[in-house]
Design a protein around this ligand. Sequence first.
Ligand code: CA
Length: 237
Amino acid sequence: MNNKFRILVVEDDANICNFVKTILETNNYQVIDAASGGSGETMFLSHRPDLVILDLGLPDIDGIEFIRNIREKSETPIIVLSARTNESDKVEALDTGANDYVTKPFGTDELLARVRATLRDSRRNANGEKIGRSKFQTADMTIDYEYRRITVGDSEVKLTQIEYNIVELLSINAGRVLTYSEIIKKIWGYSDYGSIKKLQVNMANIRKKLGEKPGENQYISNELGVGYRMNDSEVIR
Ligand code: CA
């Protein structure tokens, strides 16, 4: 079959590389791999993968630099593998142009969920449509994009304009984390000193209105220090 998605794995740790390769190949993806940033870039140019899975800690160049180099040439989605506990690295990777990240150690289901969500997003973008459907559903919450209406179970949830816009934005990107600054720029169009606080206040109100208790991530996960992720029905946790 030559219509398989082709995934480039750039990872210098042979064990992790083989682990990722096995998972992907078992799930019908075609995999090519590189053990350094330099060979990764060469492979990228000669094989034109549909997705890149990138380790941030490479022996030759920094993973962030790799993302920057790829983004100069292409919009091919990139998922970052990060062993680091420092959240600012993840934020920097996302803001440089990575589409999502997986923190090591990770499991098979988590990796596959990120790969599926990322490939689906890029297909949608290629078709030029942002919302390819009129409704969105996760758990018992439904969003009707046409009427800008949100229901949980049978009851309608009354959100302000800004609150609705945030939920809609997260749902369009369901399964993918959006950084605080990405959300702020899309919702308010600018970012200033108080923006994160403003976003947090709105998110707290959204969660309360959806009936989500603190620490409960039924609809929206708070990825501490990074951003928010709307759960996708396909995402296995
Ligand atoms: Ca490494």
